[in-house]
Unconditional design. Structure first.
Ligand code: FE2
Length: 310
């Protein structure tokens, strides 16, 4: 289906560039693209970059770049956005050059998140090489990964309408679970290519604009290796190893130096054929695991106490 192809890149503003570069390269297995005083880019495949980390105090998501497969498709999306009352601005040549794209149009989603629609996102001049991965990151037609965007006080349906009706995403499924008395997590999962979801739009209590970015690896062992690297580095863990019932991803969540998380996963479901895909609603976020580390530690300590008492 012509139109929006993939999540090409994300832009984060972070107070500690060194920590981000170390986190991305040494713990996650990404590769530095370009490093300056004011920013660092990180790669996870042949593309010029996938994450732009710019120096600043926000420690949050600044922009998301989505690649569109043709000029005509971009014009069509822009026309729909304008007809629906969304402002669009054509990015100038310097922004296009900085992002390494041919054309760039900037708009904002109903939450106010900056959305950049681009064409011809460039490859890097050199092949991707991870210092530590056994396999590769799963990208290609599936794009950079997926991200969970918080809908905050915006009605979830407004956010879904923006991404589906205007940008061209399709609904994958939904999860609604009461995670604590009176607190309901409600997430809609949307796809634009075979990756089960490229965006999740959710209402969960969280201080940032984004809950996490998901990096998927092709070798299951790389999830274990990354888990061990993060544990040994003392990197704060958001959620321990576990699995989701909808995309069936085996993953853990580690906090970035900016406080939101990276989901590091393997085995996520692909949606190959929309005509046979059935949209379901699940009532639990996790099949197993994905525990708060404090809970998991308490269980480990209980077991340890029994071992020591024996
Ligand atoms: Fe995720």
């Amino acid at each position: 289906m012509p139109g929006l192809k993939e999540l090409a890149y994300v832009v984060y503003e972070a107070s500690d560039l060194d920590a981000w570069e170390h986190f991305g390269v040494k713990l996650l297995g990404m590769q530095t693209g370009e490093r300056t005083q004011n920013g660092v880019t990180l790669r996870n495949d042949e593309k010029a970059y996938r994450w732009v980390i710019t120096k600043g105090p926000a420690d949050d998501l600044v922009a998301s770049g989505y690649e569109v497969d043709s000029d005509a498709a971009l014009d069509n999306i822009v026309a729909k956005l304008r007809a629906a009352g969304f402002q669009t601005t054509l990015g100038d040549a310097s922004l296009a050059a900085a992002r390494k794209v041919a054309r760039i149009v900037v708009t904002a989603d109903p939450m106010g998140n900056r959305v950049e629609l681009v064409t011809h996102f460039a490859n890097a001049p050199t092949p991707f090489r991870s210092e530590i991965l056994a396999g590769q990151f799963l990208t290609g037609a599936c794009g950079a990964g997926h991200q969970f965007i918080l809908t905050k006080e915006v009605p979830q349906q407004d956010a879904v309408n923006f991404y589906c009706d205007l940008l061209g995403f399709r609904i994958s499924d939904r999860i609604v679970e009461e995670i604590a008395p009176g607190i309901v997590a409600d997430a809609m999962f949307l796809h634009c290519n075979p990756r089960h979801h490229t965006i999740a739009l959710g209402q969960i209590p969280h201080p940032k604009k984004t809950h996490h970015f998901m990096l998927q690896v092709t070798d299951r062992q790389d999830v274990g290796y990354a888990w061990e690297r993060c544990l040994k580095a003392g990197q704060p863990i958001e959620m321990t190893l576990g699995s989701h019932p909808n995309d069936q991803m085996l993953s853990f969540y580690v906090k970035t130096p900016s406080g939101f998380a990276v989901e590091y996963g393997w085995g996520g479901l692909l949606i190959e054929d929309d005509s046979t895909w059935e949209v379901k609603t699940f009532n639990q976020l996790n099949n197993w695991g994905h525990f708060d580390p404090a809970q998991e530690l308490a269980w480990l300590q209980q077991g340890l106490a029994k071992t020591n008492a024996a």
